[in-house]
Design a protein around this ligand. Sequence first.
Ligand code: ATP
Length: 361
Amino acid sequence: MESQVLLDLKDVNKVFGQNHVLKHINLQIERGKFITFLGPSGCGKTTLLRSIAGFYTVDQGEIWIDGKMVNDLPPYKRGTPMVFQEYALFPHMTVFDNVAYGLDMQKRPEAEVQQRVQAALAQVKLTGLEHRYPHEMSGGQQQRVAMARALVMNSPIILLDEPLSNLDAKLREEVRVELRNIQQELGLTVIYVTHDQLEALSMSDYIVVFNKGKIDQYGTPHEIYYKPRTRYVADFIGTTNFIEAAVERQEGDQAAVAYGQGRRAVLKTDESWAANQRVILSIRPESLRLNPPEEYAFRMKGKVKSSMFLGEKERYFILDDEGKEWIVDAYDVGQTTYDGEVAFGAAADKIHIIPDDGDQA
Ligand code: ATP
């Protein structure tokens, strides 16, 4: 049977001068998935993508594509074309010529080029538009041409480096949907680099979160959002509230924690914690409720400082009675306005426990 693992990175390291840019990267990527490399500027996403494509040689470790070690292969022999933001398409070339470009470079016979370009255009549903120029097409169509250009090379993996960053917000959203549709329809394996968390959450099967050249977490968008493994991941993805705590004891999936000035709660957890371990509790604004029901494990009191209308929700900024600021989202917009002294809290399974490693995004 064909192995499901298409890309296997084994202890990959890359150094630029004194700068250790990729540190012990181990990652396995399955066929047919949409993977996002996510992280702030300078964390090594592009360097890893370029190393996979063969534009950089790595200093240590192995890169396997489809069961073959490719460390010593040049880019054109790896079959991993990259689509860049700046020059996704050649503006002075027709759609046909844009798609044919890679095959022309390889000096393939004319009849083969004709047949393969037409097949790739049919796959992305652009048959009939061969003679157009990029500026005569919508952003979504242009993205399809860029995909066809990668498809025509029969590439096992398509690498996309922030391909949408030059588009305005509305077009970006449209092209995002388009790109995900093509990937799913054709069962492509795509690696997509972005620093935009929403883009990553909405498009990916799996997200790889980078932190200064290391992988902090590899998981589904839900896991990354609701079960961040580190404080850095929780902080980088979306908005959250943190509070320092200590695990007093654990029985099965129940952990008794102490937080604030003498407060206690029994929380649900998937992990094992040592007695007296210092931890951080991460609680998303949408997981907190104002006037919480009696049975909520986690409870605080505070004063509303300000609020912000965000359409489907009102965001409240609350100062608790121990001097800490909280962000709480209320979805009963237009029914209740909260003011002055309020109680707020979260259910036991909505609070995520993270080791206190002192690292922040
Ligand atoms: P961005 O989103 O800004 O591109 P990134 O996460 O993709 O960020 P990289 O471009 O991979 O980050 O850069 C990681 C680090 O490696 C940075 O410190 C950068 O300055 C350095 N770097 C990248 N390319 C080179 C190079 N060719 N020579 C020397 N240093 C480099």
